[in-house]
Design a protein around this ligand. Structure first.
Ligand SMILES: [Zn+2]
Length: 138
């Protein structure tokens, strides 16, 4: 089995709605994403998938949607109204879900499927140097 991995970072703000603790406050992270692709075979070029192509597609989507944006639960009307009234604020809404590291890893997995027409082995998303969430689709 061959495995390749791409890695990139981005900066986002978020908070967890109805959470009892520090994550209920708006705050931000420098996230580190890892996308793992596995294959039993290689293409004619000897590749599982072109690294540059893979990174370009996924990173472009993240840059346009999550990087330097505020990630919000669509039910967080207070935060959406507050940030929405400010200029130069990018909001990305998660439909009825908190923008947790777990949910974000699943969305990134789904975006990889849609953008690259392949199913990743897993997506790992680091929220800090000490903790990450993974989604594998299993
Ligand atoms: Zn957080």
């Amino acid at each position: 089995m061959y495995q390749i991995r791409i890695e990139f970072t981005f900066d986002s703000g978020h908070r967890l709605l109805d959470y009892n603790g520090k994550c209920a406050y708006p705050h931000g992270h420098t996230y580190r994403a890892e996308v793992f692709i596995e294959s039993q075979s290689l293409n004619d070029l000897g590749l599982v998938y072109d690294f540059t192509d893979l990174k370009d597609k996924i990173k472009t989507w993240v840059d346009e949607n999550w990087d330097h944006a505020f990630l919000v639960n669509s039910q967080d009307s207070e935060l959406i109204a507050g940030l929405g009234s400010a200029s130069l604020v990018r909001l990305y809404e998660f439909q009825d879900e908190n923008p947790s590291c777990e949910v974000m890893s699943r969305v990134l997995y789904e975006k990889t499927v849609a953008l690259c027409n392949l199913v990743p082995a897993k997506v790992r998303l680091w929220e800090s140097v000490n903790q990450y969430a993974e989604f594998s689709g299993d």
